[in-house]
Design a protein around this ligand. Structure first.
Ligand code: UGA
Length: 416
């Protein structure tokens, strides 16, 4: 790809890191890509919006739209970028919303810009939502299933055609409102698949149906597909939880029934508690017990713990006066920052050390090293061989053969 890019970042710590090719988060392949682009003089960084306005005709707005207290998307960063751009605008620009924003944000952006323009200059708005996943960001970005381009003019069409010319996937040209909606509709659908799978796991637990064959049997239908129907401790991260919540609010604002989305959210909210319930069905009183927790990140290949099930599970264990031993290959530091309580938690670099004399092991993230865990070594270290598996990473017969009591979503209690 031959586009030249200049990024503007106001946080001086992040700016100094990324300018030298250092990526402040754990994201496979990203550091290599950024370093290569800096070396090839295709990528540069600044803390001044006016530098970018002099450099480029097309500006992608990629700021965060976190969840506000009332569940809506907080658009304050979008507003502040719009004001900053408007005040420095020096000639025609196409502003592209890349951030996930509620329907109608392109109009809000246009109005905010118009209010703060210092000179009479033309600008246009487009919406090109991003669908990459954390932990797979580079691959997903370079090989998307589709690119959605929400535009309002032929000029925007030409500019974006040139930028996206090397992407061979389907390109769907539409208007900005539809592009904004496609992003929420996609994340809402993914969340719905997960909550549906979790609902199926719950019915398996009480009927004795086999969750693994069930998922296989349902997923083999090409209209349904096998992706994103793995039951477990629920969806976390900085996207699905906040986007489902903001999507619910969009329906509320327009007085359109959103019961389906509310149920998706409520099924998900209960998953971490169900881990504790599974643990308590084996250990009634958790006081002074020692429990190991493997997996603090909301999913593998990231150090992100935003809305990670680990935050709630560890909190509940602490409330039960349990000694908690945590392990994660990447996310320990982020967890320490995010876990906003002054309590003693033990953190381990070695996953086997973390289970030493523990009464149970809870698994919350399917990191590859956990999938390959040596069950015999685990059993020797643990005080009691009990595994509560929030991601279903082991085969029941294998763990049972190794002498473990094993509880996972979708398995009946009398399997054990
Ligand atoms: C999600 C979407 O998958 C991306 O397409 C989108 O671009 C991104 O949000 C965004 O809006 O920026 P991400 O948050 O990185 O990406 O993570 P996912 O891979 O979607 O996983 C989300 C959560 O669902 C994780 O906690 C994962 O463990 C859980 N999950 C996923 C399940 O519980 N079961 C599954 O079958 C799949």
């Amino acid at each position: 790809m031959e586009n030249e890019v200049m990024c503007v970042e106001s946080n001086q710590g992040i700016l100094s890191d990324v300018s030298s090719g250092k990526i402040p988060i754990f994201e496979p392949e990203l550091e290599n890509l950024v370093t290569k682009c800096i070396q090839n003089q295709k990528l540069q960084f600044t803390d001044q919006i006016k530098d970018v306005l002099e450099f480029a005709e097309v500006i992608f707005i990629c700021v965060g739209t976190p969840q506000a207290e009332d569940g809506k998307a907080d658009l304050s960063q979008i507003d502040s970028v719009a004001i900053n751009i408007a005040e420095h605008l020096n000639g025609y620009k196409l502003l592209v919303e890349k951030s996930t924003v509620p329907i109608g944000t392109h109009i809000r952006l246009k109005n905010t810009m118009s209010l703060h323009l210092k000179n009479k200059v033309d600008f246009e708005i487009a919406c090109v939502p991003e669908f990459l996943r954390e932990g797979n960001a580079v691959k997903d970005f370079l090989n998307p299933d589709r690119v959605i381009l929400g535009i309002e003019s032929e000029n925007s069409h030409q500019l974006l055609t040139s930028i996206y010319k090397d992407f061979e996937c389907p390109k769907i040209w539409t208007n900005p409102a539809t592009a904004e909606l496609i992003k929420y509709a996609s994340n809402g659908f993914l969340a719905m698949k997960i909550s549906y799978a979790n609902m199926l796991a719950d019915i398996c637990e009480v009927t004795g149906a086999d969750i693994e064959s069930l998922i296989e049997g349902v997923g083999q239908d090409s209209r349904i597909g096998k992706a994103f129907i793995n039951p477990g401790v629920g969806y976390g991260g900085s996207c699905l939880p906040k986007d489902v919540s903001a999507f619910i609010d969009i329906f509320d604002q327009h007085k359109v029934n959103n019961g389906l989305l509310k149920e998706v959210e409520s099924i998900n909210r209960l998953r971490p508690q169900r881990i504790i319930a599974k643990l308590k069905s084996s250990i009634k009183n958790l006081e002074n017990k020692k429990i190991a927790v493997w997996g603090l990140a909301f999913k593998p290949n990231t150090d992100d713990v935003r809305n990670a099930p680990s935050l709630e599970v560890v909190s509940r264990l602490i409330e039960e006066k349990t000694t908690v031993n945590c392990h994660d290959p990447q996310a320990t530091n982020q967890f320490k920052k995010a876990f906003n309580r002054k309590v003693d938690i033990n953190f381990f670099d070695d996953m086997y050390e973390s289970v030493q004399e523990c009464d149970a092991l809870i698994i919350l993230t399917e990191w590859p090293e956990y999938l390959g865990a040596n069950l015999d070594q685990l059993k020797t270290k643990m005080g009691t061989p009990l595994i509560i598996d929030g991601r279903g990473i082991f085969k029941l017969d294998e763990v049972q053969k190794s002498g473990f009591e094993y509880k996972a979503f979708g398995l009946t209690e009398n399997n054990n």
